[in-house]
Design a protein around this ligand. Structure first.
Ligand SMILES: Cc1cc2nc3c(=O)[nH]c(=O)nc-3n(C[C@H](O)[C@H](O)[C@H](O)COP(=O)(O)O)c2cc1C
Length: 300
């Protein structure tokens, strides 16, 4: 087992920023910084974490810097930018190595062939442990859709796989009428997020009428609202009183009716029954066969 404190940084996976600067004493420069990160949308901010070196001194003097996120075919450039200091050699002057283009809003060279280029103006400098955090507001940015960022992890440069990780949602076929019902209930949400109550008594389960079929009593909590409270508050609207207990599980489904698809997440809660009135909910000794219900009960 490698010594963890010496190796923690190896187990992150980062992109690598080629940080470009120009100062009166140290001239034009480029360094590699894996600790380069987009940290706010409004204003758009990028933070870099650097040590005292020509890059930092240039930034301290001019209060501007360029962030150029290295693309997969730029591992060699990253090696050079990170392997030599501007004190040792003028990295950007090595022939046929860094292709540059002058920035539009700040007086620094930008690196061509990157996946992203951002021109930044310093808004904050703060010492953080043995590094210095420099936060820059993005004055302008452009990206190249065709270039994928180089990934740095475990001391190696790697390529991102082009395959996406499958969502793992279980596809559940429902009827068009049921789809309509769900869409009506979950109006306009990107992912339908519901809390569902599992209320059992003797060996029966309480279900709610939902159009012409039966499902677990469920509620759509408003964004940011507590699911347990929302469920407890909503159950009386179908004549059910119950105390909502612990989360039993989460089921992520892709509801499908013909070509229409709907992502749905159900958080199920074990509840303690108190009382039942009206006909919106009813006890079932054997729950009717519908796939949504079956999926909600399935062990993951
Ligand atoms: C892949 C890679 C990532 C690096 N990330 C950082 C970093 O995030 N922060 C930092 O201070 N140095 C980092 N370095 C080291 C600097 O790039 C290196 O010290 C460089 O020589 C500094 O350039 P300068 O002295 O011309 O300013 C990294 C080096 C490599 C190879």
């Amino acid at each position: 087992m490698p010594k963890i404190m010496d190796n923690v940084h190896r187990y992150f996976a980062t992109t690598v920023g080629l940080i470009t600067t120009k100062g009166s004493k140290h001239g034009q420069n480029v360094m590699a910084a894996e600790w380069t990160m987009h940290v706010a949308y409004e204003p758009m901010l990028i933070a870099i974490f650097v040590h005292e070196s020509p890059t930092y001194w240039n930034i301290e003097e001019t209060r501007v810097f360029g962030v150029n996120i290295a693309s997969e075919d730029q591992a060699e450039l990253v090696n050079i930018a990170g392997g030599y200091s501007g004190i040792e050699i003028e990295k950007l002057a090595i022939p046929r190595t860094f292709a540059t283009q002058w920035a539009k809003h700040i007086d620094v060279p930008m690196i061509k062939g990157c996946s992203l280029n951002a021109e930044c103006k310093v808004t904050k400098i703060e010492k953080i442990g043995d590094h210095i955090m420099v936060v820059g507001e993005v004055l302008s940015a452009r990206f190249d859709e065709k270039k994928f960022p180089l990934i740095y992890t475990r001391g190696n440069y790697r390529k991102l796989s082009r395959s996406k990780i499958r969502s793992g949602r279980k596809t559940v076929l429902i009827t068009p009428a049921q789809m309509l019902q769900f869409k009506k209930m979950f109006a306009g949400q990107f992912v339908l997020k519901a809390a569902a109550a599992i209320i059992k008594q003797d060996s029966s389960i309480l279900l709610q009428k939902f159009g012409d079929w039966w499902v677990l009593p469920l509620v759509i909590a408003d964004k940011g609202a507590n699911y347990k409270d929302a469920l407890e508050k909503d159950l009386p609207s179908i004549g059910v009183s119950a105390s909502v207990g612990k989360i039993r599980g989460i089921r992520r489904m892709m509801l499908k009716a013909g070509k229409t698809e709907l992502r749905a997440n159900f958080i199920t809660f074990d509840c303690k029954f108190k009382s039942l009135e009206g006909s919106y909910a009813a006890w079932f000794a054997r729950p009717p066969k519908n796939v949504v219900l079956r999926t909600l009960f399935e062990k993951p």
